[in-house]
Design a protein around this ligand. Structure first.
Ligand code: IMP
Length: 195
């Protein structure tokens, strides 16, 4: 069975390919000759993941899934949330985004935040949602050089360093994305005919 991941990122798809049950081939948008820029116009992560998956399902009629991730800061009422990629502007600059969050929390003692990933799967025409959450705190300054996005200012609960100070393996084991993918994989294992 082919399962299209609504992403242009082959690395993301390759990561998931390693985890899915044998007999499932994870394809990217390139594999189905889809170069469309699917606008993420939803106001929640769920809406964005669903609208990407529905777009692919409606246009190509294939089993597929899509994801959306956001950093949700408690003192900012859940922002940046769906705006995470472009919080400080359309240039989508990670440094600018982090500086804006740090600035907005400058005099704030509640530093609680979480990363949340939502995956929308459409399998045989039916929609399913999966979620992964990692709770943590926003630091007072950037620390570490690994990872991407907001990693240098996010310290997961129970850990000494930021995501950017962890190895990719350490982060993947506890990350929002890893947890959401595990939920998806668990579902596929029990709902497809493949071992
Ligand atoms: P996407 O939905 O995976 O494209 O993520 C949207 C935005 O959330 C990214 O552009 C990053 O700014 C942020 N983000 C997502 N995942 C992570 C992560 O694991 N670490 C840090 N930032 C992330």
């Amino acid at each position: 069975m082919n399962l299209v991941f609504a992403t242009q990122n082959r690395n993301k798809a390759a990561e998931i390919q390693k985890m899915v049950p044998a007999g499932i081939t994870v394809q990217t948008l390139q594999d189905i000759q889809c170069n469309d820029d699917i606008a993420e116009t939803g106001s929640t992560l769920e809406e964005n993941a669903l609208l990407k998956a529905r777009y692919i399902y409606n246009k190509f009629g294939v089993n597929c899934f899509a994801d959306d991730t956001g950093l949700e800061v408690e003192a900012l009422q859940g922002r940046p949330g769906v705006l995470s990629a472009r919080y400080a502007g359309e240039s989508k600059d990670a440094g600018d985004n982090m500086n804006l969050v740090l600035e907005q929390l400058l005099h704030e003692s509640n530093r609680k935040a979480r990363f949340r990933t939502v995956i929308a799967l459409i399998l045989d025409g039916k929609e399913h949602l999966f979620e992964g959450i990692v709770n943590g705190y926003i630091t007072v300054s950037m620390s570490g050089t690994g990872g991407f996005g907001y990693d240098p200012i996010f310290k997961p609960e129970g850990f000494e360093g930021t995501f950017a100070e962890m190895t990719a393996d350490e982060k993947n084991k506890i990350s929002h994305r890893g947890l959401a993918v595990n939920a998806l994989i668990g579902f596929l294992k029990t709902h497809t005919n493949h071992p």
